[in-house]
Each structure stands twice: as structure tokens, then as C-alpha cells.
Design a protein around this ligand. Sequence first.
Ligand SMILES: *Cc1c(COP(=O)(O)O)cnc(C)c1O
Length: 439
Amino acid sequence: MSASEQGGPGGAGPRSRRLNEAARRLFPGGVSSPVRAFKSVGGEPPVVRSARGPWLFDVDGHRYVDLIGAWGPMILGHGHPAVVAAVTRRVRRSVATGTPSPDEPRLAAKIVKAVPSVERLRFVCSGTEACMSALRLARAATGRDVVVKFEGCYHGHGDAFLSSAGSGALTFDAPDSPGVPPAVVGATVTVPYNDLAAVERAFATHAGRIAAVFVEPIVGNMGFVEPEPGFLPGLRRACDAHGALLVFDEVMTGFRVHRGGAQALYGVRPDLTTLGKVIGGGFPVGAYGGRSDLMAMVAPEGKVYQAGTLAGQPVGMTAGLTTLREVLAPGVFERAAAATEALASGLERALRTAGVEAVAPRRGAMMGLWFSARAPRNLAEAKATRADRFRAFHRAMLTAGVYLPPSPFEAWFVSTTHDDAVVRHVVDAAAAWARTGPA
Ligand SMILES: *Cc1c(COP(=O)(O)O)cnc(C)c1O
């Protein structure tokens, strides 16, 4: 790799900076989605022109190892030949027709076969839409209005989920964003992750009113946080005892932590599941699904209204179908998981050897890195890790040609194309920083 191909000094070179300046005039924060803006690590994002395999190439001629993977979808790396060929063929046939198309039931059948609790489903265009729709269905199915969720979990930007905890499980939430009416989150209760007692208190306080418990079965949105043994089975039991639905938000974990998602990994069967990211292979595809009797309530079979002009968009269906075919083929998921294991254990070793406290929890092809002695179990513990250290680390890694999520509270995504040499490049860069960088 020549010097000009390495990462830029702390990120954006002159061309990226020019484009970012124009973007800041046109878009709030210069971006189409907030975390891309580098607000929590400082500096400016390189503007990415193209991507191939595990690499991102920016407009200034730098290349980076990609550990964002488009925030989850690109488990096969960028430009996978089978996906590119299938999508190209599909585009030549038609882009969108607003009619049923052939790959729609094929992709759905693959999902139903792989994800244990999903018997039927509905395609939508994003994870946000999937979660909003699943909540509507859960409320309709139970005839109740309250939703319980967990601090640090993200279920898209639907109003009902944009709240922060009132006082524990006892009161309803307050809006977390201007523009969300208090009434809309007045039926949302947020409790700490991995805290079954808080869930029980919520059920006791709001007896007969809780429609659903929404959970990321492994959290990727406060950094990578795993459920403690017993947490997910405990949620299942609590929901059953109180007549509420259990909803696994597997938008991030689906086909990422295990072929059948976190529910297959932990053997817990939710009533409804939301999906996105990997199932669209990089196109805007989401889905919600689950028990047949529940899905039968969705229009036009049932009365719960939900629709989408571009839902089941043919190009996204083909991209998703081809991606899942590859991911589910023998040995492929294992390759991404092995690369993740090598990267996570390599980073732990490199950082600790240099005396930097670090832990890199991982499952399947998803991982995190915490500058702390042990992995956090909830948002409070996540916030107590060394975020300042992550900022310095992020900048050094970008300069060394490694594109990490620009926040300590985001998961990392590895692909089948992250081979030994790529993993070594990342681990060596971390080791070099650990020897000289951390204050
Ligand atoms: C990404 C994500 C969403 C939102 O999906 P979008 O496609 O960004 O709307 C919802 N839930 C989880 C767990 C996610 O990771």
C-alpha cells in the first residue's frame, strides 16, 4: 500500500472537505443521517467514492478498512460478484412496478426458513418502518397501548420510541426529541437493559395495559452489549404471564449474529420480529413478521393498516435474496464470524499488551470495542467507559486507514472479505496507537 493510499490525516482530505462544506449548506449537519457527521469523535468524515470487498475509497485517494459495513448490511463485503450480477440483471428488467414481483416470496421464504419465530411477514422500506408497524400490530392484537423498551436500545425514529425513561418503571417517559408530543410517549416505559426486576415492576405498575416489550436481543445501538444469561428467557416468561407480546428487534442482529438471528442463538421465540439491514443487501428493505395469527391481522387480510408504495421493491428483493443465498451457503457465515473472532481477540491482545484496558465482545459477524476492564451490561455502564480514549483511537485509526464507527456507542461490522491481511492491518494499527497514543 503506497502512502497516498493510506488514510488521510485524521480523515477528510481537501476534496472531502470541499464536498462536506457544500453538504453542510444543503443538509442539516452536512449529512443524511446523524452519526455519519463525526460529531462525537470530531473532525470531518471522508467522502467515500467507491467500495470493494473490505475497502472504502474516498475522493482524496485514501483507502480504509471498512468496519461499518453500511451499518450492518454488507456482510458479504462491497461489490460481491453474485449480488452485483443479480441486481444488474434485475435493473435491466424493471426497477419498480408496484405489483407483486418474483423475488419477493423467494426472499420471504428464505427468511421464514431461517428465523425460527417468523411464520409470515410484510416487507417495508426501513427498520424504522418495521418497528413502527410492529408496534401498531402489537397494540391492535392486545387491545392495549403501553410499550416497554430498554435504555440504549434503538428501534428507529418512530415517535413512540423517541423517549427517555421517566422515574424507573413507575412513570411514563418524556420525549427525547423536540417535536415528539408528550402524549405520544405517554404510553412508553423505558427500563435498564438486563434488568428483569425493572420489567416486573413495569408489569406490576401498568397491570393489564402493556401491549409489548421491544428489545434488541443483542444491543448494537449503545455499542455492543449482550444479554445476560436468563434475560431473554425472563422477558419471554414475563410477557406470557402478563399477556403481552415479545418483540425482538433484529434489524441489526438478523443474519448477523447467527444465521437465524439472536432468537436462534439464544433459543428464545418472540411473537414478532423486525428485520432490516442484511435482508436488503444494502438496499432500503425492512420487514416485520412472526406468528401467523398476528400477521393475519395486517391489511388487506386484516384491519391493521400498513402500506408502502415501494415496499417489496424488486431490486432490493433481488439484492436481499442473493445476499441471503450467499450468507446461508455452507461455510460463508462461518468465514465472517471467524474474521470477527480474529479481529476482536487480536485487538484485545494488542491493546492489553500495551497496558490499555480494553474488551471486544463479539457474536457472529458483529462486535464492539470498549475501553474498560469488562464489557458493559447496560447504558449506564456503557457511558462509564472511556469515551475520551475512543475519540483518540478513532482518529489514529482513520489516519492509519481504518474506518471505524465514529462513536464509541456503535457496533462494528465485519464481512466475509475481511481476510487475515486486513485483520492484521487493523490490529497492527491499534497496537501502534496503544504503544504511543493513549494519554
Ligand atoms: C438500524 C436499526 C433500526 C432502524 O433501521 P433504519 O433502517 O435505519 O430505519 C432499528 N432497530 C435497530 C436495532 C437498528 O439497528
